[in-house]
Design a protein around this ligand. Sequence first.
Ligand code: C2E
Ligand code: MG
Ligand code: MG
Length: 638
Amino acid sequence: MHIQIQCCGIVLMLVLFYFYMHQKRISLDTQKAFLGVFWATFFCIVMDIVSIGAIQYRHVLTEPFAKFVAKTYLVTLLGVALSALLYMCVDIYTNKEDYQKQTYVYLLMTLAGAVGVYAAPLHYQYMNNGVDVKYTYGPSVYVTYGMALVFFVRIVYLLRKERTKINSRRREAVYLWLFIWIVASQIQFMYTNLLIVAYGGAIGIMVLYLKLENPETNLDRSTGLFNSGAFHQYTKQLFAKKKDFSVLVIVFENTAYQHVSLNKRDVIRMQIVEYLLKVPDAYPFKNAEDEYLIVFPDTGLAEKRVEEIRTRFASGWGEYNGDTVKPCWLFLPHANIVNQAEILSYLIRYIRRDESTFTEKDFLRIEKDSVDKIHHEREVVQLLLDAMEKDRVEVFYQPIFSTSEHCITSAEALVRIRDKDGKIVPPGVFIDIAEKSGMILKLGAAVFEKVCMFITKYPLETYGMQYIEINLSVIQCGYEKLARDYIDIMENYKINPKYINLEITESASTNAKKTLLGNMEELMNYGVRFSLDDFGTGQSNLNYIVDMPVDIIKFDRSMTNSYFENGKAKHVMEAAIHMIHGMNLEIVSEGIETKEQYQTMEDLGISHIQGYYFSKPLPEEEFIRFLEDSLRRNVDAG
Ligand code: C2E
Ligand code: MG
Ligand code: MG
C-alpha cells in the first residue's frame, strides 16, 4: 500500500496540533473556524488511507463496502472545501445570524453533493501494468471535483468581492491554500499513482497556521499577555455578537514609577503581569507600553473583579507600597455604549490624551456622556474638514472704536464656519477641537489668508482703518514655521505688515514660550504688531505684560463686566489701567454693550472700545457698509 505520503501528512498535522494546543489562546471565532478546516483536513487524510486499505482488501470487505468507504473519502474532500468556505465567511459575516444562514446554505449544498457522490458509480484501479496503484475514477469522482470546484470558485469570488472586509493576511493565506490544493490535484490528475491531494491539504493547513492562526501572533512577546491586535479582534467579535462586556484600563503614567529604581521597575512589571494573568473571568491585554486592558466578558462579575484588582494594587508590589506604584484607572462598565471596536480604542486613546481629566482622578468611570462628547468631537472634526475643503470658512469683522479719534480705526477678524445647510457655526464650537486635532494650523492660516485678501480688496485707509486684529491660537504660537508661513502669505498678497496685528493669549506665552518669542521677533522685524488678548481671565498676571513685546492689551469681556458689578474688581482694573498706561501700551476694552459702559471706559482713559454697543461681528460686505455708514455720519456731524 502506498500510504507513506498520507502518513507524513498526518504526522505534520499532529505536530501542528501539539503546538496549537500548547499555546495561550483567546476565544476567537476565526480560530474556531480554523479548527474546522484543520479537523476536516485531518479526517480527509485518514479517510484517504482507509479507502486505499479498503480497495486493497476489497475481497475481504466485499466490493460494495469498499466502494462505500472510497466514496466516503470523496465526501470528506467536500467537507474540506466547505470548511474553507466557512473559514472565509467569519470575516465577512460578522453578524451571527448572517453567518448561520451562510452555514446552512453551504451545508445543504454539501449534503446534496454527498448524495450525488454516493449515488453515482465509482470505479477504481488497483493495478496498472503490473504496478500497484490505488485510485478511483468515474462519475462519483467527477461529482466530487465538480462540487469542490463550485466551492473554490465561491471562495475566489468572495475573496475578490469582499476584499475590504477580509483581513488582508487571511486573504493572502487562503489564496496560498487554494494554490496548493490546485497544484496538488493537478499533479495527482497527471500522475494518477501519486496520491497527494490530501497531503497538499496538510501543507495548506501549515500555511494557514504559520501565516495567520499561530496563537503566538496574538501574544505580546515581552509579557505573554495578549497584544493590542488580539484586543481589537476579540472586541470586534464581541461587538459583532452584540454582547456587552466591561473593560478596565490600567495605565502607568511616567509618574507612576517615579520613586522606583530603574532596575526594579521590570521586576515589578513582571509581578503585575503574572498577577493579571491569573485574574479569573478576565482576559488581560497589553495595549501599549505600560497600558494594560482587561476585558470581562461577564459584566455582572466585572465590578467585583475590579475591586479585587484595585485592592491587590493598593497592597503594593515587593518592597514598594501602593502609593509608590500607583496607576491611573479607567473603567468602562458597559462597552455597549459604543458599537465598534475602533470606537472603543478611540475612546480609550481620547480619554488618555485628555490627560487633565484622566490623571486628576485616579479612577475614572467612562459612561455615556464621554461617548457623546467623542461623537460630538468627531462631528465637529468632520464639519471642519468639510468647511476647509469646500471653502466654507468665513471671516467676520467686529469694529473697534478709537475714543481719541472718535471713529472706527480697527477691527477684529473672527472666524466662522458655514455648515452644509448654510447655518453659521461660531468659533466656540470648533476652536478647541481644531486645537486638539491639530487642524488649527490650517484653519488659522486660512483665516489669515482671507484677511489678507480682504485688505487687498478693501484698502483699509479708504475706510479710515489702520489695522486688523487676528487671533492666534496657543498651538499656532508654538508652531516653529508660523512666522515664515505668515510672512509668505503677506508677501503673496503684497500686504503692508502695518495693517496686521496678531492677538496672542497669556496661555500661549507660558507654553512653548521660546518658540512663541522666536515667531514674534521674526514677525515684528517684518513689521507686524501684537496684542495680548483675554487679559483678565484665568490666571492673569501682570508679569506677562512686562515679558511680552506687545503694543495692545485687550481686556476680556468678563473683566469689563466685573468692573460694573464688583467694587474690588473696580480697583484691580483701575490699577491695571494705570500700570499699562505707565508702560505706554494701548488698551482695548471688549464686550461693551451699553452707552453707560462705553462712557465709563472712555472716562477711565481707555483708548479703544470693542463690543455690541458699536456692532456685533459682521460678514465682510456688511462690515464695509457699516464702515461707509459711519464715515458718512462722521462727515455729516462735521
Ligand atoms: P476673543 O478673541 O476674545 O473675541 C471676542 C469675542 O467676544 C468674540 O466672540 C466676540 O463676538 C465677542 N464679543 C465682542 N463684543 C461683545 C459684546 O459686547 N457682548 C458679547 N456678549 N460678546 C462680545 P466670538 O466671535 O464668538 O469668538 C470667541 C473666541 O473664539 C474669540 O475670543 C477667540 O478666542 C476665538 N476665535 C475667534 N476667531 C478666531 C480665529 O480666527 N482664530 C483663533 N485661534 N481663535 C479665534
Ligand atoms: Mg481676540
Ligand atoms: Mg478677547
